[in-house]
Design a protein around this ligand. Structure first.
Ligand SMILES: [Zn+2]
Length: 498
């Protein structure tokens, strides 16, 4: 008999140190799809919903998908927004049911104004509506902070294995396969979660070179293969810029019944992650030292672009995207044939549009959300060299095909630096952030990007050097001891424990 499956997505990676609220406007600025729009916009994309739509065809499901909402990381999700999405989901479960199974595409690090466990709260509402007997599969980001409540309320839980997250389609396909088996009664999965007293770990989940994360995944895979009745395992590096009790890495194992051996797998993996807690595969350098390295590489005549990544102001982790320290240093260094993307400043984008293509104007650029963080506005004379509507489709590999709307956008060229000015906050993890405004990133000598690590998916294949800068001070800086944690369990590594 045709299985009826409910599919919905409600994502947010909340940075509780951000002063920007995450409300309906924040979702509408990025992704807020309802009903038919969900499949129409997401079909054919390398995303979880894209995978779920394909899986429905493969498994012969009849599906209902009332909502998919995703906002750029920022401060707490407002109570109004969380209540709204919960209501859309619960109303549809009640009105359009009964369903045989549920797939929820979540992030795992959502904090809302009225609950520090945004996903747990949503899952509780879903269970209140449908009961415990319907299988619920959950997909998560690798940077989830998985709570016991979330694990208790789900039957299947799988996170991305890669950072950059290039396997979103694959993990959702795996989750759908397990959901199909659970709906047919072939399996009876249960989720086990374990954590340690740590805020961040497993090298923050990086899988771009061998290190603690790839080692932990190897151990997990070996233990899963050795242990009967296991269906899936995930390692969540955690999202450290969240001041809640359960912030931190977890290992999550989905297995048959309630077998203590499955919990022990998660414990052994967490033991290894604890042991490797000080190992990192990246080096963070100061902006000053980064520019010295750039000048030295340019003097040696490098051909391919040198990429400077702004770790401390990464909009993909809740950074404001308008911090000016790195951009200011690039302009100051008088670089030629360089580009920076993107700086969030709707007023400056509008000023460029009003001035017109080719106009030379003075702009007070960036540094407006919180001038105390990573530099206030830069006062720059420059020329408007492109004006666009800011829309494009990602070329990949991350979320290939997904639509982006940066809002009214412009390129403001100051000396040899072409600056992409956007009206919305985006992490730069696709070459289209440059190409859509007429900049060929491969032809630039130096690229500045607002991103901590995802940029590597698009930039590593074309870069000669990658330099990750962190001067501290930003809401996504790795200098955790500078941030005012009050709610996380203590003692915790690295705030108190070594
Ligand atoms: Zn992530």
């Amino acid at each position: 008999m045709t299985k009826r499956v409910f599919i919905a997505g409600f994502k947010h990676e909340t940075n509780t140190f951000s002063r920007l609220p995450t409300d309906m406007a924040a979702y509408k600025a990025r992704t807020y799809y309802r009903d038919d729009e969900v499949a129409t916009k997401m079909r054919g994309t390398a995303t979880e919903i894209g995978a779920a739509v394909d899986a429905a065809r493969k498994h012969g499901w009849s599906i209902r998908h009332p909502i998919y909402a995703n906002a750029t990381p920022s401060g707490k999700v407002t109570k109004d927004m969380h209540d709204h999405v919960t209501k859309v989901i619960v109303d549809s479960l009640n009105a359009d049911g009964p369903f045989d199974g549920i797939l929820l595409c979540l992030h795992g690090a959502m904090v809302c104004e009225h609950d520090e466990d945004g996903e747990g709260r949503l899952l509780q509402s879903v269970r209140d509506a449908v009961g415990r007997d319907i299988p619920v599969a959950v997909t998560l980001d690798l940077h989830a902070n998985v709570t016991d409540r979330m694990a208790d309320l789900a039957d299947i839980m799988i996170s991305y294995r890669t950072y950059p997250h290039v396997d979103q389609y694959e993990i959702a396909t795996q989750a759908c396969g397990l959901l199909d088996r659970a709906m047919k009664g072939e399996i009876h999965p249960k989720v086990h979660v374990r954590r340690r007293e740590m805020l961040d770990g497993a090298d923050h989940g990086r899988t771009t070179s061998p290190g603690p994360m790839t080692d932990a995944l190897d151990t997990l895979d070996r233990l899963l293969a050795e242990t009967p009745g296991t269906y899936a395992g995930s390692i969540n590096a955690g999202f450290p810029w969240v001041d809640i009790h359960d912030t931190g890495p977890t290992c999550v194992v989905t297995g048959e019944g309630d077998d203590p051996a499955h919990g022990r797998i998660a414990e052994r993996v967490m033991e290894q992650i604890w042991r490797d807690r000080d190992k990192l595969t990246i080096t963070l350098v100061s902006i000053k030292d980064a520019l010295v390295q750039v000048k030295s590489a340019l003097a040696r005549g490098v051909q391919a672009p040198i990429v400077l990544a702004d770790y401390a102001d990464n909009p993909g982790g809740g950074g404001y995207g308008d911090a000016t320290k790195l951009l200011g240093a690039m302009v100051e260094a008088d670089l030629s044939n360089a580009a920076f993307g993107t700086i969030y400043d709707p007023d400056a984008a509008l000023a460029c549009r009003n001035a017109g293509l080719g106009a030379t104007i003075r702009l007070e650029l960036g540094g407006k959300v919180d001038p105390a963080v990573q530099g206030g506005p830069l006062s720059l004379m420059g020329t408007v060299t492109a004006i666009t509507d800011g829309t494009f489709a990602m070329e990949g590999p991350m979320t290939r095909g997904a639509r982006v709307d940066m809002g009214p956008s412009a390129v403001f060229s100051v000396g040899g630096v072409d600056i992409v000015v956007a009206s919305r906050r985006y992490q730069n993890y696709d070459r289209m952030f440059f190409k859509s405004v007429g900049i060929d990133p491969e032809k630039k000598k130096v690229l500045g990007v607002k991103s901590a690590h995802h940029f590597r998916a698009a930039c590593a294949p074309i870069a000669s050097h990658i330099i990750v800068v962190d001067d501290g001070g930003g809401v996504t800086s790795r200098n955790y001891k500078d941030l005012p944690y009050r709610n996380v369990r203590r003692p915790v590594y690295p705030l108190d424990l070594d």
